[in-house]
Design a binder for this molecule. Structure first.
Ligand code: CAA
Length: 260
């Protein structure tokens, strides 16, 4: 059965925000290949759709996602892993150019935590727990966990999490810098969607450039990053939307952006 028939991802657009809900409740949203490919496909479609300005990825109250699908993993040999189509899907998700907010309640483990870290930031419910428990299964994070954790929470916390498999509560994740904000679990999705609507109301060219420059900061040293930012700033400043934004401010009116 195909991913589309399974409805592994529920997609709903309100205003300029697309919400993608992981939908394998019987497996705590474990990320099997079909689900991950469907998620990447949804984002590829959203990338081309000018009516979408930002995306929220969420799961259920019990689980954002409890990791890669261990049952599926158990069937894969080294050749399967070498040809694994999920590698491309992960890369496509990470290079999506529009902002993504992860609205996380419940378990956010292994590949689930790696997916949440692919978002631009995480809003977590009080009941959320974050971890990279792969070491407990005799394996290791394989979708960016070690690299992104090191950048988000620093070496001490990252190594403690990945080497012990211990989970962080939402409060601990906030203190560690893994999540941007913690709220009551029932408010997580609304909050993420409201912030996504706010972001999506801004000029798309500026928003995409800000995301791109922030991501660049993780890859390059400061001077290269500053040059990259300056070039991006000049490009954004040559957009029609820049003129519109400044004119609207000066004339005390709401801007109307054209993505030009
Ligand atoms: N893969 C496949 N199925 C999973 C799953 C996973 N990662 N996590 C949970 N499930 C399934 C369970 O097998 C169970 O299904 P059955 O009823 O058919 O047995 C169902 O979801 C409910 O799970 P539990 O009964 O275990 O629920 P719980 O509330 O008692 O425990 C939990 C929740 C602590 C999250 C526990 O399910 C658990 O430890 N899950 C595995 C977490 C994990 O190790 N994740 C890392 C996976 S490896 C990875 O992600 C690699 C990578 O870097 C890409």
């Amino acid at each position: 059965m195909s991913a589309a028939q399974d409805n592994l991802i529920l997609a709903a657009q309100v205003g300029r925000v697309l919400t993608l809900t992981l939908n394998r409740p019987q497996a705590l949203n474990a990320l099997n290949t079909a689900l991950l490919l469907e998620l990447a496909q949804q984002l590829a479609t959203a990338e081309q759709n000018d009516s979408i300005g930002a995306v929220v990825i969420t799961g259920s109250q019990k689980a954002f996602a409890a990791g890669a699908d261990v049952k599926e993993m158990a069937q894969m040999n080294a050749v399967d892993l070498h040809r694994d189509p999920r590698v491309q899907a992960w890369a496509d998700i990470a290079r999506f150019s529009k902002p993504i907010i992860a609205a996380v309640n419940g378990f956010c483990l292994g590949g689930g935590c790696e997916l949440a870290m692919c978002a631009d930031y995480i809003i977590a419910g009080h009941n959320a727990s974050f971890g990279q428990p792969e070491v407990k299964l005799g394996i290791m994070p394989g979708a960016g966990g070690t690299q992104r954790l090191m950048r988000l929470v620093g070496p001490a916390k990252a190594k403690q999490m990945a080497l012990t498999g211990a989970t962080l509560s939402a409060k601990q994740a906030l203190q560690a810098g893994l999540v941007a904000e913690v709220c009551p679990a029932e408010a997580t999705l609304d909050k993420a969607q409201a912030q996504a609507q706010q972001i999506a109301s801004y000029a798309p060219i500026a928003v995409a450039a800000i995301k791109d420059c922030c991501n660049k900061a993780l890859d390059v040293e400061l001077n290269q990053g500053l040059q990259y930012e300056r070039r991006s700033y000049c490009v954004v400043s040559s957009s029609e939307d820049r003129n519109e934004g400044i004119d609207a401010f000066l004339n005390k009116r709401k801007p109307t952006y054209q993505n030009r």
